[in-house]
Design a protein around this ligand. Structure first.
Ligand code: TAP
Length: 453
């Protein structure tokens, strides 16, 4: 039996221990999920909808408890953690409308008609990273359950607490046993078993591009369905004609949210050269104002990094001779703290400029014109997110169409909404989550001819 100690990233104190699931126990859970599938897919659509709404209500009733768990176990600021618990409720409510809307087609053909059905794909394996344990769990869980699939979820080893609790709340809400199961454990054990087990018909993976690539290769052995939400290195493109004060004031939150441990982090700021000096002055003021500290305090905007090893990884992008333009604050003493850090000017080969740091480190690069801004933004194997700041509507649309990325915002620093599609171009992923079509990704289309002769 392996036991994992969850540490509070803000204090380095143990929060609790979690017994990790073995490969054999994973097989048993998959067998229970397979056994639960026929009855779950047969639940009348309206009743499945009611159960998902009941699940949402139970999550809502425990939102404060879930948020406190995320503060203690993941170091998220309490304001963010409450929003994240609310997101689980909202995503469940949104997809509770889906069971009654899994609508097929009727296609006229000679001698009869064809009808299509959306059949649940089967048991879904959901593999979740440590950076947003609650929202990312819900993004896969809710549409899969709505589509009539059963779900076996593996939270990240470091942050299992909220997922375990949400698994308990599902039972409390009345979901039948085996329909939604949470298995804490290692990716190399539980995650790999979900990928390899033939009874698991689809994998929904969110995590690093490196692990995603190997999961895609393993899934290919069984032609297993897979959705991949992977890394990012997104650009925040600031044109001279924009509201520069607003662009600078929000730029810290575009990259330092969740201490930069955000796949959508706009970790490359591109600024039109004519306003570079003015932007840097405004940005320095904004960065120094970010409130970094005790995650349990309502005023805190940025907490610690997840672990000591991750802090070492982030720090490796800022060697002693790094071009640090300025830094924000971070507490000293216990906790995996790292201050918001701005690097400029950076060379095009600097790893902080080319690689996903997944921490509060951002680079600033000047550009001359629209064509150069687009070329720099696209000069990355990733394509997940990004922002464009300009007062010119035509340019906003031209640049939004030209940047090879899945989710963009214009004159805003955020682009993720559960009722709009989310996912990446290039090595940022495969497939889309969220939005109205998400349940379709958990179904197979069955086409049936009915003779009228
Ligand atoms: P990973 O190391 O890739 O881990 C993600 C999940 O996969 C964890 O649950 C992990 O388990 C599991 N895993 C590891 N090896 C596995 C294997 N061989 N088979 C099956 N599962 C395995 O990523 P991370 O460090 O947790 O998260 C950071 C990365 O996720 C960043 O690159 C970030 O950009 C990306 N991310 C992307 C998005 C979207 S939506 N595109 C959102 C959030 C994060 P363990 O915990 O045991 O390692």
């Amino acid at each position: 039996m392996t036991v994992f100690t969850v540490l509070n990233p803000a204090t380095e104190e143990p929060v609790t221990t979690v017994t990790q699931v073995s490969a054999e126990e994973t097989d048993l859970a998959i067998a229970r999920a397979s056994a639960a599938l026929p009855a779950w897919r047969a639940v009348a659509p309206g009743d499945r909808a009611r159960l998902l709404r009941a699940f949402a209500a139970v999550v809502d009733a425990h939102a404060a408890e879930l948020a406190d768990l995320e503060v203690a176990g993941s170091g998220h600021p309490v304001g963010a953690a409450r929003w994240e618990a609310g997101q689980v409720r909202d995503v469940l409510m949104y997809y509770s409308a889906a069971p009654e809307r899994l609508i097929g087609q009727q296609i006229p053909v000679p001698g009869g008609l064809n009808v299509t059905f959306h059949e649940p794909v089967g048991v879904v394996g959901l593999i979740v990273p440590w950076n947003f344990p609650m929202p990312i769990l819900s993004w896969g869980m809710a549409p899969a359950l709505a589509a009539g699939c059963t779900v076996v979820a593996k939270p990240a080893e470091a942050t299992p607490l909220t997922a375990i609790r949400i698994g308990e709340l599902a039972l409390e809400a009345g979901l039948p046993p085996g329909v939604f199961t949470v298995l804490p454990g290692k990716g190399s054990v539980v995650g790999q078993r979900l990928v390899d087990h033939p009874a698991v018909r689809k994998i929904v993976f969110t995590g690093s591009t490196e692990v995603g690539r190997s999961i895609m290769a393993s899934c290919a052995q069984q032609v297993k369905r897979v959705t991949l939400e992977l890394g990012g290195k997104s650009a925040n493109i600031i044109f001279a004609d924009c509201d520069l004060e607003r662009a600078a004031a929000t730029a810290p939150y575009a990259v330092f949210d969740n201490a930069g441990q955000d796949c959508c982090a706009r970790s490359r700021i591109l600024v039109q050269r004519s306003v570079l000096d003015k932007f840097m002055a405004l940005f320095e003021t904004a960065v120094s104002s970010v409130v970094v500290g005790d995650p349990a305090s309502a005023a805190t905007e940025m907490g610690p990094l997840i672990s000591a090893s991750h802090r070492s990884h982030v720090a490796s992008f800022v060697p002693s001779d790094a071009p640090v333009a300025f830094r924000g604050h971070a507490p000293s003493g216990p906790g995996f703290w790292y201050p918001p850090t701005v690097l400029a000017p950076v060379g095009p080969d600097d790893p902080a400029y080319t690689e996903e740091v997944f921490g509060p480190v951002v680079t600033v690069t000047p550009f001359a014109d629209e064509a150069e801004a687009v070329a720099i933004a696209n000069d990355t194997p990733y394509g997940l997110s990004g922002s464009i700041w300009t007062a010119d509507v035509g340019r906003a649309i031209r640049v939004a169409r030209a940047v090879e990325t899945g989710n963009l915002s214009v004159n805003s620093h955020s682009s993720v909404r559960y009722w709009t599609p989310f996912g990446g171009f290039k090595q940022s992923g495969l497939g889309r989550e969220l939005g109205p079509d998400a349940p379709d990704a958990f179904t197979e289309t069955k086409n049936v001819f009915i003779s009228t002769e």
